[in-house]
Design a protein around this ligand. Structure first.
Ligand code: PLP
Length: 419
């Protein structure tokens, strides 16, 4: 039995049938330059299964209307579907209550919501906010803006060369002025799965709440927000087989209740007069205006879809595939892989000696392989790694060992061209 066959058989033995999974994603049949499409840009946006596409169609065909305010049939249908999506997501991340799930436009929007809603209420001059060296710009810039506004300071947890955060340094940084720790659950560049449980315990010992950027966490592993005991968890629909334009803020109810609203407008109020406006209870307080109703419903369906396959099965399949891909790429002379943390999720960043990442990406595309090349919205991390850009292959549940072989073959082709 070849290595490919062995992996696929083993994975199927655990109840994971990658061929069956692939049949749910019609887009994977698209051919690129006459070649099989090997889609490895999942860290940017994952593909959408038929189940979600059909749910979106059904909504538009028979349930569409605005929610909450209507008294007619379609409005009731749309409202019920929207709130059912909230319940599905609550179950997916094991939040304690539906009202702890706020629909947003995505991770970036979620973090801005917390930076403003939490920041306005709790951050002042001389206070500190801690982020890490490996954050996406979405988990840096909103905090910088807040710090500038409030006269607070942003502190940065350093990392070692393998891509692991230095916990001793983190512990030294925590003090009575620390108002919030905001770290990524999984690095979008290195794949490092941070020891967030331990980091949360250390922050809580100081009475400091923690926000996890879960954009690359939730799509790939079982996330139980109560078990983690995080105070906020942010993620995007389009990285977990859902539509674009939708994301989630999970927040502990007691904190959300104390926060200021982020945006003002319809739906987030209890009463309005020119003298005084009072705000609605959570989650409505944070969902001003007409929300992305269809996208939220689609995201609820995506969560159901992933659960129907099983998050543990997905994680273990991806772990094996990552191991296979790491072996395949490290076996090629001149390929440098970035990030080898002991706990690593399905991201493989690399460079080919003597070739710019963008040129690599272009030639891989000629070979039918879709990757991302650039700074991955993590310029401070690129600086730490000492490179302007990397190529990133991010794996997901529908990728196969054959596609990894296609990637390895395409890398050899790049080397031939630039040889
Ligand atoms: N945080 C991380 C770790 C990400 O990987 C991304 C997207 O790549 C984001 C935040 C931003 O997500 P969005 O563009 O969906 O807001």
């Amino acid at each position: 039995m070849g290595a490919n066959e062995a992996l696929n058989t083993q994975a199927s033995g655990q109840g994971f049938d990658v061929a069956r999974v692939r049949s749910d994603f019609p887009i994977l049949d698209v051919r690129v330059n006459g070649k099989h499409l090997a889609y490895f840009d999942n860290g940017a946006s994952a593909q959408v299964p038929t189940q979600v596409i059909n749910r979106l169609s059904r909504y538009h065909e028979s349930e569409h209307s605005n929610i909450h305010r209507g008294v007619h049939y379609l409005s009731e249908m749309a409202t019920a579907a929207y709130e059912q999506a909230r319940s599905r997501l609550k179950k997916f991340i094991n939040a304690a209550e539906d009202r702890e799930v706020i629909f947003t436009r995505g991770t970036t929007n979620t973090i801005n919501l917390v930076a403003q809603g939490f920041g306005r209420a709790f951050v002042g001059a001389g206070d500190e906010i801690i982020v890490s060296q490996m954050e996406h710009h979405s988990n840096i810039v909103p905090w910088q803006m807040l710090c500038e506004e409030k006269g607070a300071t942003l502190r940065v947890i350093p990392m070692d060369d393998s891509g692991q955060l230095l916990l001793d340094e983190y512990q030294k940084m925590l003090n009575s002025r620390t108002r919030l720790v905001a770290v990524t659950h999984v690095s979008n560049v290195l794949g490092t799965v941070n020891p967030v449980r331990e980091m949360i315990e250390l922050a809580h010992a100081q009475g400091t709440p923690v926000l996890l950027d879960g954009a690359q966490g939730v799509p790939h592993m079982r996330v139980d927000v109560q078990d983690l005991d995080c105070d906020f968890y942010a993620f995007s629909g389009h990285k977990m087989c859902g539509p674009t334009g939708i994301g989630v803020l999970y927040g502990k109810a007691e904190l959300l209740e104390k926060m200021q609203p982020y945006e003002g407008g319809g739906s987030m109020i209890l009463s309005v007069s020119f003298e005084k406006t009072t705000y609605a209870a959570i989650p409505d307080k944070f969902e001003a205006g007409t929300p992305p109703i269809a996208a939220a419903i689609g995201l609820g369906e995506a969560a159901e879809y992933l659960e129907s396959i099983g998050m543990d099965a997905i994680t273990s399949y991806e772990d094996e595939l990552l191991g296979y891909a790491t072996d395949a790429l490290s076996g090629i002379d001149g390929v440098r892989i970035f990030g080898n943390a002991s706990d690593k999720a399905s991201v493989l960043s690399f460079n080919i000696e003597g070739v710019h990442a963008h040129d690599v990406g272009t030639i891989l595309n000629d070979e039918g392989v879709a990757v991302r090349a650039g700074h991955h919205c993590a310029q401070p991390l690129m600086k730490r790694l000492g490179v302007p850009a990397t190529v990133r292959a991010s794996l997901y549940l529908y990728n196969t060992t054959e596609e990894v072989d296609q990637l390895a073959g395409a890398i050899r082709r790049v080397q031939q061209i630039f040889g």
